[in-house]
Design a protein around this ligand. Structure first.
Ligand code: UDP
Length: 321
């Protein structure tokens, strides 16, 4: 697994260890946290484009599947420095895929994003909805999807591409969570405000064409997302063909609904300030999760927004005390 010290990767490491799988993590620790990699996993610090290292790990550890989480994920940063994003997310991944193919690996699981879809695509978003990513980040993800499609046709590598919706929350056992203090995600920021670590939450826009005017997103608990990777892994190992899956619940919540839920969970008002729209934010992103439910039997187990929020707050308290 690449990026196993990151937010979603570290939850997936625990999910795999919890069911007794052997896990090998490669992470350069540029944003990941070593202490969040479950102790049962073998850990290597290094770069996904270091072919000699990756090849040695694959051989020595008898790797049969690569789950590729490592990558840069900050949309505004990608707008400011697109070449860095194309390098880290596309060029390095191209090298990784080549190493993987040459080593004879059969299965590849890739982290993609709901932001590959066209802004005017019909909601909820089906996997076949038109793609028209706007940011360099989202484009770098779609480029990698295309590489995988082409490589799977040419060389037989089988893939599962998971397009994540809005991932939030933390491990219910408190072992890992979102650790980037600069993360700009709504639920992370709201948890920081609830704990007094930020003075107030900014609500980015109240004039969207949504029921209450604020942005609507499909927030999914990171534990349910980790479970989706395990199901995709089992399907590939069982011979399933290459497939792209949305991973979201199919439920939209507005910023105001999230604020209300935080107030309910904490029993306190959440200081919030209404401001202008944030550049590039679409009004609504909601998944059609029909494919992953039908094909992999994926079932949300932690979809209550209260549970998502309380786990995020619990981790925030534990982390960075
Ligand atoms: N948002 C907000 N205040 C914040 C962070 C986010 O109002 O401090 C809104 C944002 O405009 C969007 C939704 O919350 O409508 C989710 O944003 P987030 O950054 O969590 O995820 P994105 O959908 O941008 O990947």
């Amino acid at each position: 697994m690449t990026g196993g010290a990151g937010y979603i990767g570290s939850h997936t490491v625990y999910a795999l260890l919890d069911r007794g799988d052997r896990v090998v993590v490669l992470d350069n620790l540029s944003t990941g946290v070593r202490a969040q990699v479950g102790t049962g996993a073998a850990f290597f610090q290094g770069d996904v484009a270091d072919s000699a290292l990756v090849n040695k790990i694959i051989t020595d550890q008898q790797v049969d599947t690569v789950i590729h989480f490592a990558g840069s994920i900050v949309v505004p940063e990608s707008v400011a420095d697109p070449l860095a994003y194309y390098d880290n997310n596309v060029v390095k991944t191209r090298t990784l895929i080549q190493t993987v193919v040459e080593a004879g690996i059969k299965n590849f699981i890739f982290s993609s994003t709901a932001t590959v879809y066209a802004e005017d695509a019909p909601q909820p978003l089906h996997e076949e909805a038109p793609r028209a990513p706007i940011s360099p980040y989202a484009r770098s993800k779609l480029m990698t999807e295309w590489m995988l499609e082409d490589v799977s046709r040419a060389h037989g590598l089988r893939y599962a591409i998971l397009r994540y919706f809005n991932v939030a929350g933390a491990d219910p056992q408190g072992r890992t969570g979102q650790s980037n203090p600069n993360a700009t995600h709504l639920i992370k920021r709201a948890a920081m405000v609830a704990l007094g670590r930020l003075p107030q939450l900014d609500i980015f826009g109240t004039d969207y064409p949504t029921p209450d005017g604020t942005g609507v997103r499909d927030y999914i608990h990171v534990t349910d997302l980790a479970a989706a990777h395990l199901l995709a892994l089992d399907a590939l190992r069982g011979g399933a063909g290459s497939t792209t899956y949305n991973v979201g619940y199919g439920r939209g919540l507005s910023v105001r609904q999230v604020v209300d839920a935080v107030e309910k969970v904490t029993g306190k008002p959440l200081p919030a300030r209404v401001g202008p729209r944030r550049a590039g934010d679409p009004p609504t992103l909601i998944s059609d999760p029909g494919r992953i439910k039908a094909a992999l039997g994926w079932k949300p187990g932690h979809d209550g927004i209260d549970e998502i929020i309380s786990s995020a707050i619990a981790w925030e308290k534990r982390f960075n005390r």
